[in-house]
Design a protein around this ligand. Sequence first.
Ligand SMILES: Nc1ncnc2c1ncn2[C@@H]1O[C@H](COP(=O)(O)OP(=O)(O)OP(=O)(O)O)[C@@H](O)[C@H]1O
Ligand SMILES: Nc1nc2c(ncn2[C@@H]2O[C@H](COP(=O)(O)O)[C@@H](O)[C@H]2O)c(=O)[nH]1
Length: 189
Amino acid sequence: MMRTQERHLIVITGAAGTGKTTVSHYLEQQFGVTRVLTHTTRSPRQGEADGVDYYFETEASFFKNHFIEHVTYGGHLYGSSEEGLERAFKKNRLVCLVLDTAGAQTYLQRFPELVTILYLTVNDPDQLKERMVQRGDSVTALQQRIHSDEYIRDLQVPTSLQRHVKIIVNDHWQATTAKLNQLMLQLDD
Ligand SMILES: Nc1ncnc2c1ncn2[C@@H]1O[C@H](COP(=O)(O)OP(=O)(O)OP(=O)(O)O)[C@@H](O)[C@H]1O
Ligand SMILES: Nc1nc2c(ncn2[C@@H]2O[C@H](COP(=O)(O)O)[C@@H](O)[C@H]2O)c(=O)[nH]1
């Protein structure tokens, strides 16, 4: 529950391909939730743009930001900055942020009163590979990702998050949107 004027942060976490980015766009489009952009040194995928999907950085420019947390994921740097969070909160009191599970743990420790954490999963992990292929990931990128320690780790809810996350099984988009609509009603109370 949240009083209407309080700042609130929806952290969306889970393994690659579970639909975190898709959920963040849905929350933005349906409920006007502002997405916090994070920074990465990976190259843009087809259709991704700097300042829209991520702040795409070089290794040198990455560390010019003031990070709340940063991680290495699949060999690339990713980080959420104080600047990115403030920019989002200037637009809206309700914002969302897509993070790996290590980042989600950091946010829970640092902002326990401010966060709602959604953990996305699917019943059949093979679906994730298909979804990443459909998204346009190259075979090389897909192979690197599914064999990375981080991808394997994020297939399970970390013990420290277990009592704190709302789990959404994103097998069927319609069921997922029903759960998200319900969540947004609760946050508005
Ligand atoms: N319920 C669903 N059913 C089928 N496809 C879905 C569903 N939800 C999302 N997708 C599709 O799966 C693909 C991966 O989704 P998305 O990019 O949102 O995942 P992600 O968790 O953000 O991945 P990553 O961590 O790699 O960035 C996209 O093509 C998206 O359209
Ligand atoms: N801890 C953080 N994780 C982040 C951040 N930005 C994105 N991510 C996560 O990285 C992986 C890979 O993302 P992709 O876009 O290359 O598929 C995914 O789990 C994202 O949620 C961040 O700033 N901090």
